[in-house]
Every structure is written in C-alpha cells, then in structure tokens.
Ligand binder design. Sequence first.
Ligand SMILES: Nc1ncnc2c1ncn2[C@@H]1O[C@H](COP(=O)(O)OP(=O)(O)OP(=O)(O)O)[C@@H](O)[C@H]1O
Ligand SMILES: Cc1ncc(CO)c(N)n1
Length: 267
Amino acid sequence: MTVSRALTIAGSDSGGGAGIQADLKTFTVLGVYGMSALTAITAQNTLGVHSIYNLPLQAIEEQIDAVASDIGVDAVKTGMLSQVPIIETVARKIKEHNIPNLVVDPVMVAKGGAKLLESDSQHALITHLLPLATVVTPNLPEAEVLTGLSIRTVEDMKEAAKKIHAFGPRYVVVKGGHLEGDALDILFDGETFEIFVTDRYETRHTHGTGCTFSAAITAELAKGRSIHAAVETAKDFITCAIRDTLGLGQGHGPTNHWAYGKSKQRV
Ligand SMILES: Nc1ncnc2c1ncn2[C@@H]1O[C@H](COP(=O)(O)OP(=O)(O)OP(=O)(O)O)[C@@H](O)[C@H]1O
Ligand SMILES: Cc1ncc(CO)c(N)n1
C-alpha cells in the first residue's frame, strides 16, 4: 500500500480547531498521512488567542529537514508564519527539499482579532513564498492586505485574484466566507475564473475554517488530484464541517472535522 504524505508548516492551536491540529485532523479524514513542522505555539481557545510563542528558526528548519529527508512529502501547506525570518527559512527549506504542491494559507488574523502575522511580514510573504506556491488561499481581509483593494463584491474578488496571481502563484483561491449571502469562493488560474458556491450556514462555530479548507486542498493535491478536484473536495469538506457543528466552547467554536467522512459513509 502506498499512502500519500502531507506536511503542515504552521502554528499550534491549543484549542484544536485551527492551526496544525485542524490540518492533521483534515489530512487523516481524507486518508493522507499527516506530518507537522511547528512554527509557533499559541495558547488559544474559542474565545481568543492568549499568547504566542514563536519557535527558534533552528527548530523549524530541523523539523522540515527531519521529515523531508526520511519520510518524504507529496504536498505541503503553510499556515501561521508570523515573522520575516520564519517566512524566509520556510521558503528556503521548501526550495532546498524540492517539495512539490505548496499551498499557502496567508494567515494574518485569528477569528477573535488577534494578529498572527506581524505587519512587516506581509511583504516577505509576497516576495518569498507566493512565487513558490501552487495555490494561495486568502480570505477577504487577507486579499485586501495583499492587494490594497477594498473587496465588497464578486467582481472585486476577481480583481483581487488577478493582482495576487501576478505575485507568482500558479492558482489563487479567494474565499468569500466574510462576504454576505452564499458562501462563494473563486479559483483563478491566470486566465479563467471558476466559482464554488454553497449555502451559508448561520453559526458562530467557524474557528479554523480557513486552515481546514487549505489543508483539504493540500491532502487532495498530495493524492495527485487536479486543482479543480482538490478545491471541489475542500469546499465539500468545509461545508460539512461547518454545517454539522460540534457546539464546543463559549466563543467561535471549532468545525466538525469528522462530518465529511461520516457523510461519505452514509452515501
Ligand atoms: N457560514 C458559512 N457557511 C458556509 N460556508 C462558509 C461559512 N463561512 C465560511 N465558509 C466557507 O469556509 C471556507 C473558509 O472561508 P473563510 O473565509 O471563513 O476562511 P478564513 O477567514 O480564512 O477562516 P479562519 O481565519 O477562521 O481560519 C470557504 O470555503 C468559505 O466559503
Ligand atoms: C495557530 C493558528 N493558526 C491559524 C489560525 C487562523 O484561524 C489560528 N487561529 N491559529
């Protein structure tokens, strides 16, 4: 049996709903072997981020070296990379190990408003990481920061996708979770736009939706699926995870990472 292998390079969310915990749960449910390189430890729950401890660069490098040199990586995603030297180190290591299928989730702010990317790091993300990316998955506030545009409509989302594509990623997915109305995301390949849309579920339990969505794309790319198929599965996965809420915590609770697997078993 050969199993596909995915690596997440991201921060730890002690609450288990976002960060590497969300990524590893998603990889597992999608049948992919998950590995992690931690960039930071956060003390966090559904109410907010209490503290952030960035890890030493050497610790980040050595984790990536350890898994890439032995187990191998079919796809990698990046999440919380809060400082310029961390971004530079991660980009260098991804190049050095020739890791294919890079999904960049340009994590900037947690649901409760805590800053997970320091302001001077935005430029580093654009110059070092986006040119290596197979796909980058900004939400609307992140797309606004990356482009300087104000995004209020689907047409604005398309404009932002074009500007972000010019930074060098092969594909861009602009997520419309923060827009009103249906939950609508746009995939842009540099020429054409594809729209993925579902009903919006009224719930406050949306902690880690972005992490989970990009982890699902990573898992599917690790299996060798096309970007279209990967985004389609990721949309399905996150929709099930938001719809079948677990109701945990007093704030923005986690999504239900089991839901997609259970719905497939029922079919
Ligand atoms: N209430 C909702 N109902 C259905 N789908 C949603 C809802 N909110 C977000 N989504 C979908 O979830 C995915 C993630 O989008 P979103 O914009 O919420 O990510 P995010 O802001 O990066 O999340 P986070 O910062 O919590 O990790 C997208 O596919 C989006 O369309
Ligand atoms: C560690 C971590 N990464 C990403 C996010 C964004 O949801 C978060 N809240 N925490």
